[in-house]
Design a protein around this ligand. Structure first.
Ligand SMILES: Cc1cc2nc3c(=O)[nH]c(=O)nc-3n(C[C@H](O)[C@H](O)[C@H](O)COP(=O)(O)OP(=O)(O)OC[C@H]3O[C@@H](n4cnc5c(N)ncnc54)[C@H](O)[C@@H]3O)c2cc1C
Length: 347
């Protein structure tokens, strides 16, 4: 029997969504070209802990060896005004790991599987030919939020995962291997007059102090910061899926969940997982492109609708002073339905 050649797939964006999809497609022999505007390895602004990643997705995408070095975390401490206010356990363990290492090992696995990885290759999204998948991360938003991160060494933690609530900001700390602690913050953009940009090495410290997290800034100042690990992004916003426009989007390109959930990476992998089978069918010539795009888009909307809506509604409780007070008071009184909120934002 003569086998028809598989139709090639082109992926724009080599973060977790694009790389994991590319790798899974390559393992099924589909020719894949992946364009990323950057190079590997690189430090990305990310809290670097993954919550709610289903075992089935890990299995279907063959991620287990890539996640083998992750540290499982369960204990979370919430800090406000320099003091731990609430401690609880996550209903399921989170996986903490360095994005610098994870994205690099995914890129290497993709190339080893025969993928054509084109670094420093930016592709515009003007055209959406059949076979093109958009995985280029978040779409441009109003410049509302700034994300800043670094890796610190010699920084003792007071819980497996620390979350610090500040003035229109929150910051997460977790261990990511090799004695490193990832420190990653989300800050509401402030007028330039309030915040004076400083040297890259002290930017995070300055933002921490500007939002009332001086005690955390002092701890970080006493640690050793990996100078290469500083990363910052502006213009962050949280988004719902865009109206269907015939483009196949996965990961943050599809929708962005607020980062306090620690769930954006899992959604990036789940997007790749959901897209895999329909893309294989298209590649084998068993389905048309438009039907394939619609099928994946519908499945992603169904899967993510509730968690995006719930996380969006909860986000103000992390960043607005009055609501932070309510949140921490409810936590201290053990009135926070942690398991229910976790399920609403992750399932
Ligand atoms: C402050 C902050 C903290 C976070 N903390 C966590 C956390 O603790 N846990 C968690 O799970 N998630 C967290 N997230 C979210 C998580 O980082 C993202 O959801 C995840 O990285 C999305 O992966 P992705 O592959 O969709 O996109 P990205 O990882 O953004 O990758 C997109 C890639 O596409 C490339 N690209 C973009 N445009 C083009 C183009 N035109 N041509 C070619 N290449 C292009 C970019 O260079 C990039 O490499 C956090 C986010 C922020 C901002």
């Amino acid at each position: 029997m003569i086998r028809r050649a598989l139709q090639p797939i082109e992926i724009i964006g080599g973060g977790l969504a694009g790389l994991s999809l590319g790798l899974a497609l390559r393992r099924a022999d589909v020719p894949v070209t992946l364009h990323d505007s950057g190079t590997y390895p690189l430090h990305r602004v990310c809290g670097e802990f993954i919550t709610g990643l289903p075992e089935a997705t890990i299995t279907r995408l063959g991620l287990a060896p890539l996640l083998a070095t992750a540290t499982p975390l369960r204990e979370v401490a919430w800090f406000r005004n320099g003091r731990a206010q609430v401690r609880h356990r996550l209903p399921k363990p989170a996986l903490a790991l360095s994005r610098h290492a994870l994205d690099q090992s995914l890129a290497e696995a993709f190339v080893a599987a025969g993928g054509d990885l084109r670094e420093r290759s930016r592709v515009s999204d003007n055209a959406a030919p059949a076979g093109r998948v958009f995985a280029g991360g978040r779409r441009l938003a109003r410049p509302e939020w700034v994300g800043i991160k670094c890796h610190a060494l010699g920084l003792p933690l007071h819980a497996e995962l620390e979350v610090h609530l500040g003035d229109r900001a929150y910051v997460g700390l977790c261990p990511v291997g090799d004695g490193r602690v990832n420190v990653s913050g989300l800050f509401r953009q402030r007028p330039a007059a309030v915040f004076v940009p400083i040297r890259r090495a002290t930017t995070l410290l300055a933002w921490l102090r500007a939002c009332g997290l001086g005690a955390l800034a002092d701890r970080l100042d006493r640690a050793e910061i990996d100078p290469d690990s500083h990363a910052a992004v502006a213009g962050l916003g949280f988004s719902q899926p865009p109206a269907g426009d015939g483009r196949l989007r996965i990961g943050d390109a599809f929708a962005v969940i607020p980062p306090f959930t620690g769930h954006g990476m899992a959604m990036a992998f789940q997007g790749a997982d959901v897209a895999l089978e329909p893309l294989l069918a298209w590649s084998r010539g068993e389905a048309g492109w438009d039907a394939t795009v619609q099928k994946i888009d519908r499945a992603l909307r169904r899967l993510f609708r509730r968690r995006l809506a719930t996380a969006g509604a909860l986000h103000p409780f992390l960043v607005e002073s009055g609501r932070q007070t309510l949140l921490t008071a409810a936590g201290r009184l053990r009135l926070l339905p942690v398991t229910t909120l976790y399920s609403l934002t992750h399932d």
